[in-house]
Design a binder for this molecule. Structure first.
Ligand code: CA
Length: 221
């Protein structure tokens, strides 16, 4: 991974960089808000590690700049104990995680790994067995055969695939796909699952979407 480290203290920066480089990552360092924001916006990174108290301002300004330009780039805040009140603010602003100084390399590696998993989960191509969804091109495929899914059907399948292996209730699907207080007695979910199945399923093969009786639906993982 390419990691941007925004940290003004040399001692902490070298400890973090050394550890991450030993794990095979590439680390570039910025020492202040303006440098950090400029690098974060203009260069390609997989993760940003962000200190809060910087010589030319507050880390939240780096976060705001990076978030505006790259909504999906994970940002982990490295905050000292005195800065702990900012924690909720920062998570609200879109930081993905935070670590309280002093932290061990083991803790940091665990958070970095978690951010990678999170990033992978949010990838624009989702593949589960013979199903593939590309959320950029909006193409759904089963076994190489493309299906044309209108946006609700696409969103329904995407939600089930991102939760593959789990039973997803009708209410979860209503909340995720319709996004408002739909009448829970409505069979709209079942109707849409039917539409998706008609486009993806082939006679004699198990359905792409399993019905879990009395519970909901599942895309097997
Ligand atoms: Ca600092």
């Amino acid at each position: 991974m390419r990691i941007l480290l925004v940290e003004d203290e040399d001692r902490i920066a070298s400890f973090v960089a050394k550890g991450l480089i030993a794990e095979g990552h590439t680390v570039e360092r910025a020492t202040g808000v303006s440098e950090g924001a400029a690098m974060g916006v203009s260069r390609d990174y997989d993760l940003v590690l962000l200190d809060l108290l910087l010589p030319d301002g507050h880390g939240r300004d780096v976060l705001a700049g990076v978030r505006a330009a790259k909504p999906e780039l994970p940002v982990i805040v490295l905050s000292a104990l005195g800065e702990i009140d900012d924690k909720v603010d920062l998570l609200d602003m879109g930081a993905d995680d935070y670590l309280t100084k002093p932290f061990s390399m083991r803790e940091l590696s665990a958070r970095v790994r978690a951010s990678v998993r999170h990033g992978a989960a949010a990838s624009h191509v989702v593949t589960i067995r013979d199903l593939t969804l590309d959320t950029h091109t909006r193409v759904a495929k089963r076994g190489g055969r493309s299906a044309d899914l209108p946006s609700r059907e696409f969103a329904l399948l995407e939600y089930l695939m991102r939760h593959a292996g789990q039973v997803v209730t009708r209410q979860q699907l209503l909340d995720a796909v319709w996004g408002f207080d739909f009448d829970t007695g409505s069979n709209v979910v079942d109707v849409y699952v039917g539409y998706v199945r008609r486009k993806l399923d082939e006679p004699g093969r198990p359905s792409a979407i399993e019905t879990v009786r009395g519970a909901g639906y599942r895309v097997p993982s």
